[in-house]
Write a protein that binds this ligand. Sequence first.
Ligand code: ADP
Ligand code: ADP
Ligand code: SF4
Length: 605
Amino acid sequence: MADDSIAVVDLDRCQPDRCNYECANFCPPNRTGKECITVRGEDAETGDPDQVRISEEICLGETCGICVEKCPFDAIEIINLPQELTEEPTHRYNENAFALYGLPVPEPGKVTGILGPNGIGKSTAVNGLAGEMIPNLGDYSDEPSWDAVLERYRGSELQQFINRLIDGEIDIARKPQYVDQIPKQFDGKTRELLEATDERGELDYLVDRLSIRPVMDQPIDSISGGELQRVAIAATLARDADFYFLDEITPYLDVGQRMVAARLIRELAEDEETDRSMLVVEHDLAILDLLADSIHVGYGEPGAFGVITPPKSVRKGINEYLEGYLTNENMRIRPEKITFEEHAPRATTKGMPLVEYPDLEKSYGEGEFSLEVDSGTIYEGEVLGIVGPNGIGKSTLAKMFAGSIDPDEGSLDFELDISYKPQYIEIDQPMRVDSFLSSITDEFGTSYWNTEVAQPLQLERIMEQQLTDLSGGERQRVAIAACLSDESDLYVLDEPSAHLDVEQRVQATTAIRRYAENHDATVLVIDHDIYMIDLLADRLMVFDGEPAQHGHAAMPQEMRAGMNDFLADLDITFRRDERTSRPRINKPGSQKDSTQKRQGEYYYA
Ligand code: ADP
Ligand code: ADP
Ligand code: SF4
């Protein structure tokens, strides 16, 4: 076969007792008597006696692809690797398993970012750099050795790091991607978890900066996702390590908290007394841009192969990623660009009013939390972005619209039927994705629903999985689909970006916008990813105040004015990148930052 192709068999999907080896029966080389697709037999290594193996030497490659079509369980992928990819794999888990190409380069004193989809081997690469696994350089049949790895990377920027790794000089601290799992692994109070990590004597400082003191004496399984995220960041940065790996720092954090986390990571990298390297995977591009000194772009076919490019400057890396074309590698990674339009001031909606509400007030208990809402109108067919810190009353307002709580002042003469996707998703029934979604809408499975909902949210491949087996990103996509599929007056999505990669954020944005347009549906989207809000919203409702004490919701306004108010409150200015028009955070105190603040132009400058 074309020696630039790989065959990947997903052993979780391959179920020969239910398909009668359709793949092997139809494979052209097999039909001429060759052993292209064979049965693994009693292979002690896999423990799956009947599954298939595909000979990459004999297979004809992607242009044939007959087995891919024949397999009823989507277990096979045959992929022609890009011609431009000339290097050998860094690691291959096994025969017909995932292949990783390239490795990120941790740099002392620097923050290195990785930008790319989930499932393309970022954790695999980090396991190698942490010394937890020896990369086998593609040869899965032999015992891997560090000598061979060193030989491969001799003379490259990685040589020194690998030398230190072999000498046992690299200690790693990691923050896991899915913080929601922490309570399943740790039973105790926040304080107990954090005190065990205080290797640098900086815990108090981190606890204060990340505002987690109020939850120190609470059991870990009782704190919110946003609190867990900050606890996990503190626990990682409190360690005395040489190499820190943070897999997503932003889910469930508001913009202010994201900025604090980014600053703390930079401070630790820049500490002149030490040589710490930070590696961060992040899908909030405004934060990645601010945080990293350089980035690696990751691309490939999730679950099949992944490539991690050599480092690029942050601006160039993000721009190339958005444009879908990597210049140095001469590689197209996506057919289309992701474009940002300077839609200042975006045309306000012309739909009929869905609701007109008066000034409202609501407080919980004596002196606990109070919310004031300025009167306003929400229109049919608009996507209204909602921005503001956590704990400021956004859900409280949604609940008043739904009629599940009553305001103390002002009255609402409507009760809207609201379809709500909460920030923390709990869909844990033992049920398959397809059964769950078909129980919500009669449109399930129609070509319309498939094009508008299933396809942009990439649900096809996970339809047959159990809800309980889904990853965080998969869960998010199912929850967005469920919310949009439930016929209602108003759709409220709280943080749809959490755990989605950049590509999926853009596709979810498209699904939400199209749904609003085609159904004259009104959608409220609460999110903290400025890129997503910028791409998604027609108008903005800005919340400000003091979280957990008092909140204030302003009247919905057009994007420019809304963004200005929101960013002025945070004291952050954005400019547009000249090449791609994407919003970029100005470095605090820079000339642009000061000029824009003086002019009151926090956003569309
Ligand atoms: P990312 O961190 O980019 O999401 P990972 O490194 O976790 O990606 O995984 C990349 C791919 O490697 C996944 O599709 C997964 O199926 C595969 N993989 C991970 N661990 C193993 C393993 N031990 N054996 C075989 N395949 C694996
Ligand atoms: P957001 O959606 O902006 O994160 P919420 O509306 O959920 O904010 O909550 C605002 C504040 O009100 C928080 O401090 C929260 O703890 C408090 N709160 C929410 N619901 C109740 C309740 N039922 N009783 C008392 N306090 C509440
Ligand atoms: Fe056989 Fe074609 Fe599948 Fe290759 S792609 S294993 S040649 S059926």
